[in-house]
Write a protein that binds this ligand. Structure first.
Ligand SMILES: [Ca+2]
Ligand SMILES: [Ca+2]
Ligand SMILES: [Ca+2]
Ligand SMILES: [Ca+2]
Ligand SMILES: [Zn+2]
Length: 561
């Protein structure tokens, strides 16, 4: 009967156990060494009471030992089963001591030796301007010589059974980078830390791995429900060609050449291409519009960099590829080229960020801009209806008619780009008017009234300035104007002058803002004006005339066109 670790001097850290240093254990002689528990039951108890009770335990083994204990300075012994089992997940070679009479777990430890280490990388900071930095490599697969593997955490740390050397590639739970020019980067190490440098991979492989985790890390807390932040993504780098990158379900980056740097080594380009996938996987309705998608890619990037210049050093000369702080307006500046047109939307979001910074602290404004943007793109807007989706994303009570918390900021920012009611898409004013009926030939004028309402009175400094009724008696060939009065409360009043008997008078009311915007009733103005007749229309008979004329004729006694 072996005495447990008999003959050794050792310290066991569990409180119950003692330091002892005896070579022999005379007190152990003569103990009852018949176990109450059999080996099988002891193994069951070691698993059940041990640290990995739900794992699959393999290769069970057990032997009886005498387990020395200090009881009030008196060395005593217990008969115990020393059991051994193996587990794969978590990795373990578990050694347990089970009291052979009571089944109590006296002691357990894992004989698998874990090494805790960290993987980092020396990478391009943002773009190929010469600045580099070191960052942890998150979510990276680390393997040991026995084929076991684990994944680094967001700090690049891992813990894995030590067995031969560790190996890493530029791949892991989220991103797999593939080198399309030569073999994939590979690292091998036996210490506790490893740093990726160009001695183990190309710089573009290392950089793309880092940048794609950065963009995912920013957006994940804001949009945990969008699959782009979770689903595994492949990045192809050093792709044949130059001066471009694209998203096709993977992200793809071209080599250096033709005056352009390697796009895989530019953070903004990684963020932009990821942004296309973010757009695509955000869609819950609407369409994947190519122009807004370019704007979305640029915004995805600019919100991380804080820079309106997209991809500095895209060109080896140092110049960037685009600038989103623009005054481009819809629809005048639409060119049909998707990247250029996308700037109208990107410019509006950039200006919204600036607007929100006048209301909130910088951090709140930043995250609110990102959240509104991310929520709005789920509806799949095109550029002209992007304003509506921003407002819908901003609404906090399911009621757009009472406005939304940041409506003025959205309205003002989008107005700068010809979007929304402050832009060319309409006006913050609406004018209500009850259409004139046919007028007596004896009337000296035809009075009319209208009522102005401002849809966002607190947002717009512009005031209604001038109200006019435009009228025509020649079917819209020529138009005349009559000024209308305008009260501070928005009441519009006036009259159309008397016209010859039999005239068909077409008319519309228009009100012009101090900012030059015009609102009309009807909204189409001269295209589909209101009409009335001067004179009396005698109704001879009323019939729907759908099947035939019913054997009757009707006659317009005055007017007609
Ligand atoms: Ca998620
Ligand atoms: Ca601007
Ligand atoms: Ca919302
Ligand atoms: Ca509301
Ligand atoms: Zn793009």
């Amino acid at each position: 009967m072996p005495v447990w670790r008999g003959g050794l001097t050792f310290r066991i850290r569990l409180g119950k156990l003692i330091l002892f240093g005896v070579e022999t254990h005379p007190a152990a002689r003569g103990l009852n060494v018949t176990p109450q528990l059999n080996a099988e039951l002891a193994i069951q108890e070691s698993v059940r009471q041990g640290p990995a009770p739900s794992a699959f335990h393999d290769a069970p083994d057990a032997r009886l030992v005498l387990f020395p204990e200090d009881r009030d300075g008196q060395l005593t012994y217990r008969l115990a089963w020393e059991t051994r089992t193996r587990t794969g997940t978590p990795p373990g070679l578990w050694v347990s001591l089970i009291d052979a009479s009571s089944g109590e777990l006296l002691h357990v430890w894992n004989e698998v030796r874990f090494l805790t280490g960290q993987v980092t990388a020396l990478h391009t900071e943002r773009t190929l301007d010469g600045k580099t930095t070191v960052s942890p490599m998150p979510l990276m697969t680390v393997k040991n010589g026995a084929g076991a593997s684990t994944t680094t955490d967001w700090s690049g740390n891992f813990s894995l059974e030590e067995s031969g050397s560790f190996t890493v590639g530029l791949s892991g739970a989220y991103i797999t980078v593939r080198n399309r020019q030569s073999s994939n980067g590979a690292g091998s190490f036996s210490g506790s830390s490893f740093q990726w440098t160009t001695s183990s991979a190309t710089q573009a492989e290392i950089d793309s791995y880092v940048f794609l985790h950065q963009v995912r890390d920013f957006w994940e807390p804001l949009t945990p429900e969008v699959s782009m932040v979770d689903d595994a993504l492949t990045s192809n780098v050093n792709v044949s060609g130059s001066c471009n990158a694209y998203y096709d379900g993977n992200v793809n980056f071209y080599r250096a050449g033709s005056g352009c740097n390697n796009t895989g080594s530019i953070a903004d380009v990684n963020y932009h291409e990821w942004g296309h996938g973010f757009h695509y996987t955000s869609l819950e309705a609407g369409t994947f519009d190519g122009s807004i998608s370019e704007g979305i890619g640029d915004v995805t990037s600019a919100l991380l960099t804080g820079d309106a210049v997209i991809a500095p050093y895209f060109s080896t000369s140092g110049s960037g590829i685009r600038e989103i702080d623009t005054n481009l307006r819809y629809p005048d500046d639409i060119t049909g080229e998707v990247h250029a047109d996308g700037l109208i939307f990107a410019g509006a979001i950039w200006d919204l960020w600036a607007e929100l910074e006048t209301v909130y602290d910088p951090e709140t404004a930043w995250l609110l801009t990102a959240q509104l943007f991310a929520d709005a793109i789920k509806a799949g807007p095109t550029i002209p209806d992007s304003y509506d989706e921003l407002v819908a994303a901003d609404d906090d009570n399911g009621d757009l008619s009472d406005g939304t918390p940041n409506q003025c900021s959205i309205l003002n920012a989008f107005a700068l780009h010809g979007l929304g009611p402050g832009g060319s898409g309409g006006s913050t004013l609406t004018v209500a008017h009850e259409t004139l009926v046919n007028q007596e030939p004896t009337a000296t004028e035809y009075p009319l009234s209208a009522e102005l309402t401002s849809f966002a009175p607190d947002c717009v400094a512009a005031e209604p300035e001038e109200a006019v009724v435009h009228y025509s008696i020649d079917g819209g060939a020529t138009w005349a104007d009559a000024m209308l009065s305008l009260s501070g409360k928005g009441d519009v009043a006036g009259a159309i002058p008397a016209q010859p008997q039999g005239s068909v008078v077409d008319y519309y009311v228009s009100v012009t803002n101090t900012d030059g915007d015009t609102v009309q009733n009807p909204t189409g103005g001269s295209i589909n004006p209101h009409s009335f007749i001067v004179g009396e229309l005698v109704e001879v008979y009323c019939e729907d005339f759908e099947d035939d004329d019913g054997g009757y004729t009707s006659e317009l006694v005055a007017g007609g066109r």
